[in-house]
Structure formats: C-alpha cells, structure tokens
Design a binder for this molecule. Structure first.
Ligand code: ATR
Length: 289
C-alpha cells in the first residue's frame, strides 16, 4: 500500500470496532483494483453530530456505520435511501456537497447473497429467528421481495410485535394486503404452532456465534423438518449449530459470509462508481473463509 497526498480516506465508525472485518475487505478490493484509497476504523462516541461534521469537513468520501449507531446516524444525514428509511437503519454514508446520504448495504448484501445462491423469497413462507436490528432489515427485504408470510420469533415478544406492525404497514402501503395480514409475531414457545411447511428461515440472533459454536435458539427437530432453506446471518463458525440442524433434517443451509462481503462490495461500488469483478469478490471470500 502506497499512501500519499492524493490517497482517498474511507472508514467505519462504531463502538466497539476492534472486531470489524471491513478494513480488510475494502483494502483488499482497492489493492486488487489499483485504486488509491485507504479504509480505517474509528472508535466513535455518542456525539455523532460532531463526528459527522468533522468527517464532512475533512472531505471523507465514504463512511460505514456499525453498532450501535445505525439508527441514530440518520438524524445527521442530508438524505436517506427510501428502503433504509423504512428499515430505520443506515450503514453506509456517501459524501455529497450538501452532506452525507445514507444507504443500507446490509440489505443489499443479503439480497446479493440470496441471488448468488438462487434463493427466492417470492411466494415463500418466511420465519425469522430474532427481532433485533438484523431481523428487522431481513423482514423488510422479505416483504419487498414478495414473501407470502413472515413469522417473527423472539424471546422478547414486544420487539417481534414492533417489527410485525411496521412490516405489515409497509406491505399494506405497497398494496400487499395478503402479506399485511400474514405477518406474525410469536415467542419460541409457540414455534410448534407455525402452520407452514417448506419454510425459509433466517437465523438473526447472535446465539451460536463463536466461541459459543454449539449454541442455538431452536433445538426442536419437528421444526427443522419443515425447513427447506436456512440462512444464518452468523459467519463464524462457517457452519453454525443452526445450519447443522437444517442440513441434518434435509434442508439447504448458508452462512452470512457472503452477506458480509457483499455489504462491503455494495458500499465500495456506491463510493467508487465501479463494479467489483466476481474474481476479486471470490478472492476476498477465500481469504476470509
Ligand atoms: P442485531 O443488530 O445483530 O440484530 P440485536 O439488535 O442486539 O443485534 O438483536 C439480538 C437478537 O438476538 C435479539 O432478537 C435477541 O433477543 P431479545 O430481543 O429477546 O433480546 C436475540 N438474542 C440474544 N441472545 C439471546 C438468547 N440467549 N436467547 C434468545 N435470543 C437471544
């Protein structure tokens, strides 16, 4: 890497930030494409107004935002892409002359992973395990891609109910009255009452994340027999307990590594106006797997 007076600076803000894989991914892509830029981590604090003002004054062209600022950052932006606004979370800021414009490339990343794996959401019965920020984004993606039902399962029912209300309203606003009345919120105790077979499940909790690799929010084999496709948003370990259960019951299972890489690739493409070639994406994936 040859940093000089023309090198463009990009970065990620969050707290904590030590675990982030984003600098590795972005710098690898810049190196492969020969683009003169560098991507660095910044530990942020709650004074997002000063942080955004400072980054803007310095002309930082692109910033990623991670936990716990993906929602609070919205108040500091010049504009937000409509889907990110519906979800209420932004993870990518692009410099414009008026201020930063916000995107949610987590969702673009998942969309690209699903496309890669030929997983369609249209007409599918979807079950989301968890009701945090990640589950919320996935629920909106499922609604926008024509899912036929969405069931949100969470330990804390109120959080599932909140997502249900917002997603049902979004579906109704878009003329999807069939889906609007088929968004459900339940706790894990009621999992046996799900009336659907052949379901697509997204594991959106952090249970099962390394080093707790043997943990899983659901152990019930009756449930797994109904699962055609299971996507775990976790990427460490490469095969989670949830994925093992899905595979053992005959379903297809996927981890969240591609989603992680594609959210970075999507941000990179927004910032640089280039399409990152598949061969580069493949190299990044291999180096992180
Ligand atoms: P993210 O932004 O990754 O979605 P989050 O907003 O903190 O993270 O959400 C974490 C999710 O994991 C929540 O659904 C949480 O359940 P609660 O809403 O009941 O807290 C779920 N989760 C975390 N630990 C859990 C556990 N031990 N058992 C069941 N669910 C758990």
């Amino acid at each position: 890497m040859n940093i000089n007076g023309h090198t463009k600076v990009y970065g990620i803000i969050g707290n904590p930030i030590g675990h982030t894989m984003s600098p590795a991914i972005h710098n690898m892509i810049s190196e492969a494409l020969g683009i003169d830029s560098v991507y660095v981590p910044f530990v942020a604090n709650d004074d997002l107004k000063s942080i955004v003002k400072g980054l803007f004054s310095l002309g930082v062209k692109g910033i990623n935002v991670t936990v716990p600022y993906k929602t609070a950052i919205i108040y500091e932006l010049y504009g937000v892409e409509p889907m990110a606004m519906e979800i209420g979370a932004v993870n990518t800021l692009q410099y414009t002359e008026h201020g930063y414009y916000g995107y949610n490339t987590d969702i673009l990343g998942l969309e690209r992973e699903l496309k890669d794996e030929n997983i369609s959401l249209t007409g599918r019965d979807i079950v989301l395990l968890g009701a945090g920020g990640a589950a919320r984004a996935v629920a909106f993606l499922c609604a926008s891609k024509g899912a036929s039902s969405i069931t949100i399962v969470n330990r804390t029912l109120n959080k599932a109910l909140d997502i249900r209300a917002d997603v049902a309203a979004y579906a109704a606003k878009n003329g999807r009255f069939d889906l609007s009345s088929n968004v459900n919120a339940i706790t894990f105790k009621e999992l046996g009452s799900i009336p659907y077979n052949d379901i697509t499940v997204f594991q959106c909790t952090n249970v099962g994340l390394a080093p707790d690799s043997e943990a899983c929010v659901v152990h019930d084999s009756t449930f797994y027999r109904k699962v055609a496709v299971g996507v775990d948003l976790i990427y460490r370990p490469a095969e989670t307990m949830f994925m093992r259960y899905v595979r053992s019951a005959g379903g297809a299972s996927y981890n969240g590594l591609k989603m992680l890489i594609y959210q970075a690739v999507s941000a990179y493409e927004i910032w640089n106006g280039v399409a990152v070639p598949d061969v580069v994406i493949y190299d990044v994936e291999r180096s992180l797997a």
